[in-house]
Ligand binder design. Structure first.
Ligand SMILES: Cc1cc2nc3c(=O)[nH]c(=O)nc-3n(C[C@H](O)[C@H](O)[C@H](O)COP(=O)(O)OP(=O)(O)OC[C@H]3O[C@@H](n4cnc5c(N)ncnc54)[C@H](O)[C@@H]3O)c2cc1C
Length: 405
């Protein structure tokens, strides 16, 4: 019996798991999923936790029960992989062998490298930091809210992958607008400024002109300021400093840190210069065809989006199915930026764009319908334990969105 080991039960890993579990009637296979967490975290809902609208408990579900419905769940930290011996080594010294390995460990977010972050910085990026940010927003009285990301590192092994300066700026725009709305509600907006900074030359560098125009109009209307080409060098109690020598006063500084490949990939010699795993378009590692890497930890995933991790999980499952059963077709990789940004006050902006990859699609749709879609999507993920809505719903959504293009 073949052994499939999935490292990481986040967006990418759980997608592969659900597909492969369905295949169990056609192909006997041992599936083991290893994660250091006991719960799945719906990260796109962390902005709601940051604003006190949801608790961490509202956006997690137990992984063990889901995985043990078919496979084996191991809660442990992956230390390293020996790709020649086809073995994964865990923190407690246990070794797990595999025939096929899927690395879906997400990215390492290095908060520690930002001087001053530990004392004065906040973030929406983890289930520990988001509740802390929520308390800071509640206590906020007046001054500048400064929010932005550190530059992303990328390797060079897959030259066709677009180069971006920021890993993903959606949560920046999202939290900026949500705070803006909150300050308005609590009567503090006149005493505050909301300022987004970007390390890139243009905020949301991963989308096209139409989305920029739509976002620019909303930012102007809501007086959310944007400064670009800003690389943060230090967070202080009452200001932030940038590499170009400029300083912005800040009463509340919110950061997305730099993303790197996870330690387990780096420790195994499977990463590129930034630690991300380089793959072909079927997400097989360039040096080991029985190792797949998907999601934020894969070099091909640019920007770092759950939507891409899920699409890649679908592709890996179709590839494995073809290898194991000879049936089905391997899905093509057709990346697009798809995200729904909560913008407070029951409104959201749905963004769908593939201009980064040479396509023509570039839409932004702001309104209550987008907000409802985000809520429905997040609720679906929780209710159906990390499964994506059925293809039929996706086709209906495509028809609806096609009308907006
Ligand atoms: C605030 C925020 C908002 C976002 N909003 C959106 C959005 O609206 N739309 C969107 O598409 N994307 C969004 N994203 C991005 C999205 O969450 C990620 O792209 C997605 O989670 C990546 O999936 P993944 O499977 O690669 O990794 P993850 O979902 O991060 O899962 C990785 C898993 O690996 C486990 N793990 C890591 N290291 C180890 C180890 N050494 N040993 C064992 N287990 C380990 C972790 O515990 C985790 O369960 C958002 C991200 C953030 C931070």
């Amino acid at each position: 019996m073949k052994k499939l080991v999935i490292l990481g039960g986040g967006f990418g890993g759980l997608t592969v798991f659900h597909h492969m579990a369905k295949l169990r009637h056609e192909q006997q296979m041992e599936i083991t999923l290893i994660d250091e967490r006991e719960t799945f975290l719906v990260k796109p809902s962390l902005p709601e936790v940051s604003l006190g609208e949801k608790t961490v408990g509202d956006i997690t579900f137990p992984l063990r029960k889901v995985v043990e419905s078919y496979g084996t769940f191991i809660r442990n930290r992956v230390e390293r992989i020996d790709p020649v011996k086809q073995t994964v080594f865990l923190e407690d010294g246990v070794a797990i062998s595999y025939d096929f390995l899927v690395i879906a460990l997400g990215a390492k977010k290095n908060f520690g490298e930002i001087p001053g972050f530990v004392d004065y910085g906040y973030s929406m990026c983890t289930d520990v930091l988001a509740p802390r940010l929520s308390q800071a927003i509640e206590a906020f009285e007046k001054g500048n809210v400064v929010i932005g990301s550190m530059p992303m590192k990328q390797g060079t092994r897959i030259p066709e992958v677009p180069f971006l300066k920021a890993a993903c700026e959606g949560p920046i725009g999202e939290v900026a607008f949500m705070i803006e709305s909150e300050l308005r509600k609590s009567g503090k907006r006149d005493d505050s400024r909301v300022i987004c900074f970007s390390p890139a030359h243009i905020f949301f560098e991963d989308v096209g002109d139409k989305v920029h125009e739509a976002f620019g109009n909303l930012a102007e209307k809501h007086q959310v300021e944007v400064v670009t080409d800003k690389i943060l060098s230090k967070v202080e109690k009452d200001h932030v400093e940038f590499e170009d020598g400029s300083v912005i006063e800040s009463a509340l500084t919110i950061i997305i840190p730099a993303y790197y490949g996870p330690d387990a990939i780096v420790n195994s010699g499977l990463g590129d210069e930034a630690g991300f795993a380089p793959t072909n378009e079927q997400f097989q590692h360039l040096d080991y065809s029985n190792i797949y890497a998907i999601g934020d930890g894969a070099a091909r995933t640019v920007p770092k989006l759950g939507h891409l991790a899920v699409e890649q999980g679908d592709i890996v499952a179709s590839h494995l199915k073809k290898i194991l059963t000879g049936q089905g077709e391997v899905l093509p990789y057709d990346p697009e930026i798809f995200c729904i940004m909560n913008m407070g006050n029951h409104k959201a902006t749905l963004i769908r764009s593939n201009t980064l990859y040479g396509g023509q699609r570039d839409v932004a749709y702001y309104g209550a319908v987008s907000s409802l879609m985000k809520k429905s999507f997040d609720d679906y993920m929780l209710r159906f334990k990390g499964k994506m809505p059925p293809d039929m719903l996706e086709r209906l959504l495509n028809v609806y969105l096609g009308r907006l293009e």
